[in-house]
Design a protein around this ligand. Structure first.
Ligand SMILES: [Zn+2]
Ligand SMILES: [Zn+2]
Length: 102
């Protein structure tokens, strides 16, 4: 079971609900990344069943390493400073708001 948290930029107010790092649920392994195409903070699928990398299932593998919002592949690891994808200011995690997924 994975969990997602609400992050918000104190400067421009941009917010996103993401894992905030590497996470995995029942099937999906995800990694929080910044999409350079749409400037969104997204949880990108990176594997399945706890393993990173291609699964051998072409339908599933087609989704790996892609922004779920715009399907772009220009996604980059979200740094530990949690920079806002819009303005670069460190985003803060709202610990009151999170959800579980699997
Ligand atoms: Zn910002
Ligand atoms: Zn995108």
């Amino acid at each position: 079971m994975g969990s997602k948290f609400a992050f918000e930029c104190p400067d421009c107010g941009h917010s996103a609900v993401v894992s905030g790092g590497r996470d995995f649920g029942m099937m999906a392994v995800v990694q929080t990344m910044v999409c350079q195409d749409c400037k969104h903070l997204v949880d990108v699928l990176i594997g399945r069943f706890g393993e990173e990398g291609p699964t051998g299932d072409p339908d599933y593998d087609a989704q790996l390493g892609r922004c779920p919002d715009c399907e772009g592949r220009d996604v980059h690891l979200w740094k530990s400073e949690h920079p806002c994808p819009k303005c670069g200011v460190g985003m803060t995690r709202n610990s009151d708001l999170h959800m579980l997924w699997d």
